[in-house]
Design a protein around this ligand. Sequence first.
Ligand code: DP6
Length: 324
Amino acid sequence: MLTATAIAHANIAFIKYWGNRDETLRLPSNNSISMNLANLDTRTRVTFNPNLKADTLTLNQIPQAGSGLERVSDFLARVRALSGVPHFAAVHSENNFPMGAGIASSASAFAALSLAASAAAGLTLNERELSRLARTGSGSACRSIPAGFVEWQQGTGDSDSYALSIAPPDYWHLADCVAITCKAHKTTGSTEGHALASTSPLQQVRVSAAPQRVEQCRSAILNRDFAAFAEVVELDSNLMHAVMMTSTPPLLYWQAPTLNVMHAVRRWREEGTPVCYTIDAGPNVHVLTPQRYAQEIEGRLRQLSGVEDVLVAAPGGAAQILQE
Ligand code: DP6
C-alpha cells in the first residue's frame, strides 16, 4: 500500500519571511527564524491509488475543491516526478487548532504533506531534502520540518534553501500566547502578499539589515537573553508590517484589538514583565514570554477588549511519521 501518515507543528516567525527572490521556487529575500508550536498541529494521511482519476483532498473531514486542492495537486505532481510513482493520491488532513482562528495552517499543512507524501511514494529524504520539498508548497513550511528553534537559510538556489534546527525545543522554555482577536479569514493571503513586497519603498531597507537581525535573534535564543530577543522580534515584526502597509496595493492586517494588545504588551514590559509581541499576516497577536509567566499573561490577555480567545503553545518538535 502506498500510504503514510505524518504530523507537523505550526510555527511562529521571530524574524519574518516576507518577499521572494523567486516566486515559483519560493526562494526568500532573507533568512528567517521561527519556533515550532507544540500543540498546534496538522495530521495528514496520503495514499497513492492506481484507481483514482484525480487527486482528492479532505480538510477536517470536508472535501475540498478549487484553489486549495489545486495547490496540493501541484505539490503532489512534484512528488510524482521525484519518485516515479504515477498514481493520483487521496489526502486527508486535520488541524487540531480552530480553522479561521488566523493561525497560519499552510506551514504545518505542507510540512506534514511533504513527509507523508514522500514516505507514501517510497522516497527516503533526509531532513534538508524534506525541508526543501516543503518550501516549494509553502515557504514557512520548510521551518516546520526540523525541531524546536529553526533558521531558514535563504540559500542561493533550490538546492541550498532549507531550514535547520538552531536549538532543540527544551533549550529555552518560551511560550507563545496567541491572542485571537478576530476569527474571520484574512483578506489577502501570504502568497499574494509576498508578491507585493517589492512594491514597497521600505522592502529594500527591511531586507538589507535582515542579516544583523537574524544574528541578534539567533544569539538571543542561544543565550536565552529575553531582553535582546524582545527588542529584535518586535522591530522585525514592525518592519514587516511597515512594508505591508506601504506596498501597492497596501495591506493593513491590524484591527483595533490588535493595537490594543500591542500597547498592553509594551506597558507590561515597561512594568518589568518579560513579554513581547509579533504579528503575522493577520490581526492576531503572538505574545511571547518565558513559560513561567505564560499563565499570568494568558489571564491578562483574556481581560483585554476584543480578545476572543487565547491559545498557549510551547516549543515543538520536528515533523514526524506516525505508525498506524
Ligand atoms: C507573515 O509561508 O504562508 O507568516 O509561501 O506563500 O505559503 P507561502 O507564504 P507563507 O508566508 C509566511 C508569512 C509570515 C511570516 C513568516 O512566517 O515568516
